[in-house]
Design a protein around this ligand. Structure first.
Ligand code: FES
Length: 74
């Protein structure tokens, strides 16, 4: 199964599929340890204290994804 990125409504991006060879690398070039994980959740609200991974904070801050955001005036 290919790797799939699923954008969860008002939440993280879920990576699933064959993550065995997949790497997530930080700006410092170091890979995050995702060995053995079947799913990985990447924060897209910006509020996680465990970036790049989601820690559930999006639900506490009322994160609304762009597709659900209210348009600003102007
Ligand atoms: S998307 Fe979950 S903490 Fe940011």
């Amino acid at each position: 199964m290919a790797i799939q990125a699923t954008i969860l409504p008002t939440g993280p991006i879920m990576l699933s599929g064959d993550l065995g060879e997949f790497q997530i690398v930080g700006a410092d070039g170091q890979a995050f340890d995702i060995a053995g994980k079947e799913k990985v959740y990447l924060c897209r609200c910006g509020a996680s204290t465990n970036k790049p991974f989601c820690d559930g904070t999006h639900s506490k801050i009322g994160f609304l994804a762009a597709e659900g955001a209210v348009k600003s005036g102007g």
